[in-house]
Design a protein around this ligand. Structure first.
Ligand code: ATR
Length: 293
């Protein structure tokens, strides 16, 4: 059910893990170990590989096994974010709207589900990339779990317009309908990628297209001059979209900053202290660059 990395080597401490399938390449254990060191917190964060057909059972066994210390929470990754939302006993408002959970907090039978992906994306765009979302024209490509998690916080950042482009328009439409009340003055609409429009200041690729070796999921011309083109993936999976966007004059950015920012939001929810993300993002980039050599 699990790999041994969910058991701490020393005495009992509060335990956490990233739960998914696959999880072996997850950078979350490194990120949370850095946050714990930086903030002087005693905890262990491991990896939990769970079978595709038994997420609930595997998670319950993980939480029940307190030999190495109490299990306080986990991050949930592909493909279990929707299932995690159904398993949680309570949801934050942003997780309820997303119908997807990437953070769980365990307190006995109380399983609180949150979604930190969107706020992680917004912080990366605004603080790390230095792009103001208020008043901007934003194109969100994709309407799966990744896009759903991003939508609420993107709307709350107050863009002038937000278009959700997906090859399956009804999925994008469903997201629009669920978030209609939150959109307020933001012009929010769903579209086919070919009909999304042009001149966007920020384009976020939240599709799994690159993982499948498929073509870029939007037509050329979507970028305003100097636009930010952010792929939620990182490493080789992000290169196709970023290279294509840069060839059109956009500024490419991968999903590593979003990954570190959502981890910080998770850490703050669990531990009550917000870590400094900049040194951890720099360390992570250096670590991945060294591994690629
Ligand atoms: P995740 O949780 O990672 O978002 P998902 O829920 O399976 O995964 O959603 C994947 C997204 O990538 C969807 O928007 C999907 O489009 P559909 O809703 O039309 O399936 C999109 N996607 C996957 N492969 C794609 C491809 N080859 N071209 C364009 N979009 C693709």
């Amino acid at each position: 059910m699990s790999d041994l990395a969910t058991t701490p080597p020393g005495g009992p401490v509060d335990r956490y893990a990233v739960v998914g399938h696959p999880v072996e390449h997850s950078q979350s254990p490194f990120i949370h170990a850095e946050f714990a060191r930086q903030t002087g917190q005693a905890l262990h964060y491991g990896r939990l590989l769970v079978p595709l057909d038994d997420f609930a059972g595997a998670l319950r066994r993980f939480v029940a096994d307190t030999a190495g210390g109490p299990v306080r929470g986990c991050n949930v990754t592909v493909p279990f974010k929707f299932e995690a939302a159904r398993l949680a006993t309570r949801l934050t408002e942003r997780a309820r709207l997303a119908e997807a959970v990437n953070v769980l907090c365990f307190d006995g039978d109380d399983w609180l589900g949150d979604n930190a992906d969107g706020i992680g994306l917004v912080r990366d765009i605004e603080r790390n990339a230095g792009v103001r979302l208020a008043g901007a024209r934003v194109l969100l490509v994709g309407a799966g779990g990744a896009a759903a998690g991003a939508l609420g916080p993107l709307l709350q950042a107050g863009p002038a317009e937000l278009v959700i482009a997906n090859r399956t328009v009804p999925r994008a439409d469903a997201l629009v309908q669920r978030h209609r009340a939150m959109a307020g003055a933001v012009q929010l609409r769903a579209a086919l990628p070919a009909e999304a429009g042009t001149g966007f200041d920020v384009v976020v690729n939240a599709t799994a297209a690159s993982l499948q070796g498929a073509d870029i999921p939007v037509p050329p011309g979507v970028f305003a001059p100097g636009a930010l083109a952010l792929d939620m993936m990182y490493g080789p999976a992000a290169r196709g979209f970023i290279g294509w966007a840069e060839a059109q004059g956009a500024r490419g950015r991968d999903g590593l900053g979003m990954l570190v920012e959502q981890a910080a939001e998770s850490f703050a929810r669990w531990r009550g202290v917000m870590p400094d993300t900049a040194p951890v993002l720099a360390a992570l980039r250096a670590r991945l660059a060294a591994a690629a050599r």
